[in-house]
Design a protein around this ligand. Sequence first.
Ligand code: ATP
Length: 514
Amino acid sequence: MANQEDIFKKVISHAKEYGYVVQSSEIYDGLSAVYDYTQNGAELKKNIKEYWWKAMVQMHENIVGIDAAIFMHPTTWKASGHVDAFNDPLIDNKDSKKRYRADVLVEDYVAKIEAKIDKEVKKASKRFGESFDKTQFLTTNPRVLGYQEKAQNILKRLGRSLEAEDLVDVKNLIEELQIVCPISGSKNWTDVKQFNLMFGTKLGASAENATDLYLRPETAQGIFVNFLNVQKSGRLKIPFGIAQIGKAFRNEIVARQFIFRMREFEQMEMQFFIKPGTQIEWYEKWKELRMKWHLSLGMGEENYRFHDHEKLAHYADAASDIEFKFPFGFKELEGIHSRTDFDLGSHEKYSGKKLQYFDPELNQNYVPYVVETSIGVDRMFLAVLSNSLKEEELENGTNRTVLKIPAVLAPTKAAVLPLVKKDGLPEIAHKIIDDLKWDFNVIYDEKDAVGRRYRRQDAAGTPFCITVDHQTLEDETVTIRHRDTMEQKRIAIGAVNETIANEVAMKHWLKKTE
Ligand code: ATP
């Protein structure tokens, strides 16, 4: 595969061709930044959610899960700060008429400086060979230090201007850096404006008494407003967490990165309620635990990094992203935020209801502090899909396209293939499926030569193929072929279930998150 852009295009077309993701309402030319998950995509998405839910709710005695409504009382969004502050700074290029997020334009510029640093490191490591010390190089090489300083200064200035809502300075920064529109190549920019990302809608049958509502832009608030209901009914003691998976909606300004940035998407969020003063300890703990969850999937340690925020949201006293190396570079996959008592405190104020916890050890009431972990299901999906798609050259000179999805998440765990469509082989294959279907999602495939069927399953991401042939009639054995190694083994039909389970069972994978 050639450059990063080509790889990303390949991911998108593969997602469509193999039944993972398509644009919403495609027959009407699609809806921008809204996508549908087709048969394999729906399974992968469900498995990602289950892997998260089990790791968070089932594996932690002190975390419970809820499912709150998408519609919430409109005052919720006053209290949360979304009505006043859930804005993105937008800027238009007058020549291409394309709209951008001003902060993203600047961040992309900084990413280019960072790419230059990477290039210097690669060059030097080639030059010095074995004796190359990366840390020393990064901290002493004058050119690298210059790049680092430049990048930091830009980000600091951007952070300061956004914080102060100084949009004129954001525009100045774009002009000073001579950032051009990637489409028109021109520097003909409009002023920077704020744009609220919430979708509004109406509740009620007649226009006169309809209430203005918002589609929730995050799932977190459904957790905060239920904090006391859950704490009391579950008799939960601090520290404890409430988890939720659900849809969220944002009218994103720039939506050109497939399912990375959607207008309708899904979040997996967990709010962990703690004693004030313990937030940094828990924040660090959750950073570590969440990174372990990611690493448990074996998608390469080098593809993750933390990015601590310079600019903190209005509710946070510490925040970090887990970034993943997508085909378009390292970008946010998950956020871990220390939200203080901002949300509960604010809901107390707006609702007039006490949202406090009585701490029996301190013999005192307080508004708990919160550490949040928040990850987008769709972004996780994109991380898995883009990381798994490989083009491999085989020993015999041919190529294969294979989707090496972590087996625990794979939509279909095995395909059962009769070598030929006669001699009783299809019947045996169906019988094997009837046994396996209680435990795994499996499929039957009898079309084309078996080699082509293997390739089809490789490309669809199925970890195992089980082939029934004439020897099966004699000794009740089948060939089991492994997607990643392409190794084939003969095993008894009775051993198939266990062989698959050993590789795909959630339990084995979840153990690595501990
Ligand atoms: P970004 O800076 O990329 O817009 P954010 O910092 O606004 O993201 P959060 O509000 O922290 O994101 O949301 C938590 C998580 O939800 C993100 O880490 C991401 O995985 C996911 N997410 C946020 N917005 C979108 C979106 N428009 N489409 C898909 N996933 C999203």
